[in-house]
Design a protein around this ligand. Structure first.
Ligand code: ZN
Length: 654
């Protein structure tokens, strides 16, 4: 809630269907020099891998990027205003301007997608400028122009349409001159040779192609494919190793280096186990061939990296909740026989991203749950964390987008949400994750899946209700987690508005609510609205044809939340399938079509970009004359195009 935070520009430029955001790395300056230096080399290792994902996404991507980036200076000079006097007609001038504008949009989209295909939709997007114009002014060979401008060539990065040869019809660059059938046969055979109980991810780090007529794997190691940049990654990992926080973390790095040098997927498994067990250090990182969504057959892994450190403040918050878990359990409005006698809170791990790269840049996930190899997850567990500063950036950026102003009932509501909303959102998540899911118990003989398809909605409702109930409890003020007894109202406004109105923007007109978190939110808000009708606790208000939610009695609303919590816990504890079904079907599923139309129309007017990505901060190592790092500075001023052009210049060697 610090003042200076508000002056930070979380939103940057917007183009096509994309919105660029910035994330803050608060707490970086307070890290030790050793930790900062560790992060510095890890982020160098991260940035050096950027080109791998470009090549993995499509074999022409790097060449297209080069052609486009080489044309950038042509787009800024000479000054076109001056050309007017050179006898350029008005129309020709306008056309030139238009082509230039479209050039920038296209290049920015290509940067965003790490290639010429939409990062989410997978389809090839087309330049808005003309081929003739571009080939006249830029150095663009016919072969490249053909890939860029011919809509029929390489038109889908990952094709999953049944009946097609998925390998041949996908533009991704994991296979060359091989058919889907050949690939499948090839890896089935290889898999037979793996350890049955502990299978490695066969083929995860190779390109399957043809050599002298035979199938051949080009392996991605420091000595083979991608060797030049993998060497740079290894070089920086080795530098980072000296500043690792403990010996186990050094071992993690050693195994990763060995994997990059030798390429054995079994080494990658060893690395993953060491990594998942290394939970002590503040600084942590992912660097490797991780996700397989970019391959239609799910065999090949795309390269990505994120460097991060634990959010001490957020982790303190979750520790406070955890330490008081028993108090919360004892004081909940739930029937005593459904309570846990001994409850253990979970400490949720919140991290801050320090750099994003590869398949996590600029579009990023907001949580990490790795490793992916199933047997390692089963035997050694996984790391599951939320990336707090990315979520924060989304929230902060959303502030200016008009949503709150459009959907909040009035100024009082807007003020409360603006004052407390971000913080109570975080606290809501903590209560939900650390206490909500872990509270309560099943009666003996009741099976965990007694509620069947309604189980997950009831479970999410239970956790949300637990959080909502306690947000309005003076205990949180006493524990120092909330500043006063008004803050919780932000959460109530947000939850009710979302459950009754705004979450509908994510659903297509005519559809019902399917997703269990969304069903839970609708269920809670609609149940409270209906139960509170007589006492006028909360109401729908229509103004100029627009629907708003108005809460009239917050304390009574809290009591209703408590009543519903008690009922939902009873349903869960006793496995009352019929009651679960009634609650969910009556309150959580159906959508009033007129209201839905209204909400969608209001949302469309706000013109919010559906996809978002991040601009990275810049790290600068300050060195003494012996070349030792004596400090690392972080800054946020770099522009999107500036950053992309710098990365291409400084971290490119393929
Ligand atoms: Zn949950």
């Amino acid at each position: 809630m610090a003042q200076e935070k508000d002056t930070f520009n979380y939103s940057d430029e917007r183009f096509a269907d994309l919105q660029m955001l910035r994330y803050r790395v608060d707490g970086f300056d307070e890290l030790t020099l050793k930790q900062k230096t560790f992060i510095y080399y890890l982020q160098e290792a991260a940035l050096w891998g950027r080109d791998i994902i470009w090549d993995q996404n499509c074999e022409y991507n790097l060449r297209i990027r080069k052609v486009l980036e080489d044309a950038v200076p042509l787009m800024t000079s000479p000054k076109w205003e001056e050309r007017l006097s050179d006898g350029l007609t008005d129309d020709a001038f306008k056309e030139e301007e238009e082509n230039r504008k479209e050039f920038w949009i296209y290049l920015k989209r290509v940067w965003f997608s790490n290639g010429i295909h939409h990062h989410y939709g997978m389809e090839k997007f087309m330049p808005g400028f003309s081929r003739e114009w571009f080939q006249k002014i830029a150095n663009c060979p016919d072969e490249i122009a053909e890939i860029m401008f011919n809509p029929d060539l390489l038109n889908k990065r990952v094709n999953l349409a049944e009946g097609d040869d998925l390998v041949a019809s996908s533009a991704c660059n994991y296979y060359k001159d091989v058919t889907q059938e050949e690939v499948e046969r090839f890896y089935e055979k290889k898999k037979e040779l793996s350890d049955k109980k502990h299978p490695e991810q066969v083929g995860m780090n190779t390109t399957l192609c043809r050599k002298d007529g035979e199938l051949h794997e080009e392996i991605w190691t420091t000595e083979n494919k991608y060797g030049k940049v993998l060497k740079k990654i290894v070089e920086n990992l080795k530098k980072a190793r000296e500043f690792a926080e403990d010996d186990k973390q050094k071992e993690v790095i050693d195994l990763l280096v060995e994997f990059y040098e030798k390429g054995d997927p079994r080494t990658f498994d060893k690395y993953s186990i060491a990594w998942v067990e290394n939970t002590e250090p503040l600084v942590d990182f992912v660097n490797g061939f991780i996700e397989c969504y970019g391959d239609p057959l799910g065999i090949k892994c795309s390269w990505e990296s994120i460097v991060n450190f634990k959010d001490i403040e957020a982790t303190k918050r979750t520790e406070t909740l955890s330490n008081n878990a028993q108090w919360f359990e004892d004081h909940s409005p739930v029937n005593p026989e459904f309570k846990k006698k001994e409850v253990k809170g979970v400490t949720a791990k919140v991290i801050k991203a320090a750099i994003l790269s590869g398949d996590l840049y600029p579009a990023s996930a907001i949580g990490i749950n790795l490793p992916n190899n199933e047997w390692i997850r089963a035997e050694h567990g996984s790391k599951s964390v939320t990336i707090g500063n990315l979520t924060d950036a989304y929230n902060k950026a959303a502030k200016g987008n008009g949503m709150l102003k459009e959907f909040a009932f009035g100024k009082e509501e807007i003020d409360i949400v603006e004052k407390y909303g971000d913080y109570t959102d975080d606290l809501h998540t903590d209560l939900h994750e650390c206490l909500g899911h872990g509270s309560g118990r099943l009666l003996e003989g009741v099976s965990g899946d007694a509620l069947k398809n309604y189980g997950s909605t009831i479970e999410e409702a239970r956790a949300d209700l637990f959080a909502l109930y306690y947000l309005a409890d003076p205990k949180l003020v006493e524990l120092g987690l909330l500043p006063d007894m008004e803050a919780y109202k932000a959460s109530y406004i947000g939850q009710m508005q979302n459950g009754l109105l705004t979450q509908l923007v994510r659903i297509k007109l005519g559809d019902q609510i399917e997703e269990s978190h969304m069903r839970n939110r609708a269920l809670i808000a609609r149940w409270c609205l209906e139960q509170g009708k007589k006492e006028d606790v909360m109401e729908f208000v229509k103004r100029d044809g627009k629907t708003y939610v108005k809460i009239n009695d917050y304390q009574r609303l809290r009591e209703l939340v408590g009543e519903l919590l008690a009922e939902v816990q009873r349903i869960k504890s006793t496995g009352d399938f019929e009651a679960a079904k009634n609650l969910v079907e009556n309150y959580g599923v159906k959508i009033d079509i007129e209201l839905h139309k209204e909400i969608l129309a209001r949302y469309e007017k706000l013109n919010i970009a559906p996809y978002k990505g991040f601009i990275n901060p810049v790290y600068e190592a300050i060195k003494d004359n012996m070349n030792n790092i004596i400090d690392v500075k972080i800054s946020y001023g770099e522009g999107y195009a500036e950053q992309m052009l710098r990365y291409s210049k400084e971290y490119s060697d393929l």
